[in-house]
Design a protein around this ligand. Structure first.
Ligand SMILES: [Zn+2]
Length: 541
């Protein structure tokens, strides 16, 4: 095992060196351009798929609003998964539930033969981000409850819309191919995708299309952006005693947690600038007069490549052991999640980007722009409104210039099958992320229009991949001969690690009953805004 890891490390250093030369040594960057159009029949069917998506606008809006109203945290997406699978099942998809030992994970397949196209997006939300949609200031539906403060309510509805549009065409045209839809469970915990891979979800998959909410339509390829991470909880075990009567008999687990945090924050000065690490204390003891016999601290260790993530995790382990020694306590650790740095496929991104150029951004109206400017003003950000120009096709970034950023466990998937992520404009620019503010657009016409635009791109890209096998071949050529030539996927989870499926259970137990009153009922109300009685947009005067 050790030898294998060392060899991979050497290869990685070489790969980084070569691309650093390319980026800085004046050599031309890898050329990239949108994939040229296919034969007339393909282009005609793509046009038709986009029209089908447009015709499904109301159904799309209902799905986006419905999932928004469920507002479930990672591993607790029970209502969300029940609802989405029922929509797919009604439309002839075969469902496998409770996949990989995760009660809320599933996949849905339709069609037969090659290519097998995996189509995924995340479904979980953010703690304490409950927020009324369409309101440009903090106004929770239920104070303290979770909410879609990232916008993960719209990704699977986008994929379902695209898949149903394509299915109709595949049936009529008798096109071979299999559509395999799946949800990113507990993405905010980077808690599930490595387990979905281990269970074999992608073993028969030829290409993988992912969708993630953003404030513009976009796609990119290569690495050199964001981070990967290991999420670890350290639990210290000591001995309780009366804190005043006989404190010398106690061994404080909380002392160990505090010493670990202090040590980590000193060590931080001497870590690479690319690292990003953060922690929360999940258990700090019971009450002051009882010496805390157990305490836990939960860390995210982020870095820009596999070797550095592993190294950061090892430093964390060392500091935890040292803190245990200092306090005469014992420490154990558990991996709660992990994510590889993302590396998206060149062919797939170029093909998707060509469709992005065709579809373009939605036509925002005055109300959409008023909501966007309202929240931007509220948060003292530049009042730029909504995106009105597409960004360039991103690709071939120099990994040496990557200074870190967020992670997504779609990274793991991108290392086992050619993958691309579609960014779609269902949110407002200049928001903080993981915050109530990121929820305000997520069940409004901004999200509805953004999802329809994204679903058109997704549907057109699926048609390309179904009908132009040379694209699938080229995607695998890049995957095998460029991306994974010197770097192979080694999961951060070990064979004995298990998904942390009980996380967030208590929070949902606390809020579920109250949240049920606010579930969207499309049989009574056209939109969720209408059900909540919200005037769109509601902006501070
Ligand atoms: Zn996300």
């Amino acid at each position: 095992m050790k030898t294998v890891l060392a060899a991979a490390g050497v290869a990685l250093v070489l790969a980084v060196g070569v691309s650093a030369q390319r980026g800085r040594g004046g050599q031309p960057p890898v050329p990239t351009a949108p994939t040229p159009p296919g034969p007339p029949r393909v282009e005609a069917l793509k046009k038709e798929a986009a029209a089908e998506v447009k015709a499904m606008r109301v159904q799309t809006q209902q799905m986006v609003d419905q999932v928004f109203s469920f507002a479930e945290l990672g591993f607790q997406e029970f209502e969300t998964s029940k609802y989405l699978t029922s929509v797919l099942e009604k439309n002839g998809f075969k469902i496998e539930r409770s996949y990989a030992g995760i009660p809320t994970a599933w996949f849905a397949t339709w069609g037969s033969g090659k290519p097998v196209i995996a189509i995924g997006s995340d479904i979980d939300d953010i703690p304490q981000a409950s927020q009324k949609p369409g309101v440009a200031y903090h106004d929770p539906i239920i104070a303290g409850a979770p909410g879609h403060g990232e916008g993960h309510n719209s990704g699977v509805p986008l994929n379902v819309t695209a898949a149903l549009a394509v299915k109709k065409i595949m049936e009529r045209e008798k096109l071979p191919g299999t559509l395999k839809l799946w949800p990113g469970v507990a993405e905010e915990l980077v808690g599930a995708k490595a387990y979905l891979i281990r269970a074999g979800l992608f073993r028969d998959v030829d290409v993988s299309l992912f969708a993630h909410v953003g404030s513009n339509l976009g796609a990119g390829w290569g690495g050199g952006f964001g981070t990967g991470l290991v999420s670890v909880e350290y639990t210290f075990q000591g001995e309780s005693a009366h804190s005043a009567a006989q404190p010398w008999r106690g061994r404080s687990a909380l002392d160990a947690v505090e010493l670990m945090d202090i040590a980590w924050n000193f060590r931080r000065e001497h870590l690479r600038l690319q690292q990003r690490s953060h922690d929360v204390i999940t258990n700090g003891g019971d009450q002051p007069n009882v010496v805390p016999q157990n305490a836990s601290v939960w860390y995210y260790f982020r870095e820009t490549d596999y070797e550095h993530i592993k190294e950061l995790h090892e430093i964390g382990d060392t500091i935890a052991r040292a803190a245990a020694m200092m306090t005469n306590t014992e420490v154990t650790s558990r991996i709660l999640g992990s994510a590889w740095p993302q590396h998206m496929n060149k062919t797939l991104a170029e093909t998707m980007y060509a469709n992005i150029l065709t579809v373009g951004l939605p036509a925002w109206d005055a109300d959409d722009i008023a909501l966007a400017k309202g929240i931007q003003k509220e948060l003292k950000q530049p009042q730029v409104g909504l995106s009105t120009e597409l960004g360039p096709l991103r690709g071939g970034r120099d990994p040496e210039e990557n200074m870190g950023g967020p992670s997504d466990d779609i990274g793991d998937v991108s290392w086992v099958v050619p993958t691309v992520t579609l960014g779609y404009p269902a949110n407002i620019p200049n928001l903080p992320g993981h915050n109530w503010a990121n929820a305000i657009a997520s069940a409004t016409p901004i999200a509805h229009k953004g999802v329809t635009a994204g679903a058109k791109v997704q549907a057109m890209t699926i048609i390309d991949l179904l009908m132009r096998p040379e694209l699938v071949t080229a995607a695998w050529d890049y995957f095998r001969n460029v991306q994974t030539k010197d770097q192979k996927y080694i999961p951060f989870i070990g064979p004995n690690d298990q998904p942390a499926i009980n996380m967030n259970e208590k929070i949902l137990e606390k809020y579920r009953e109250e949240m049920k009153q606010y579930y969207y009922d499309p049989t009574k109300y056209k939109t969720y805004l209408e059900q909540l009685g919200i005037k769109y947009p509601t902006v501070r005067q």
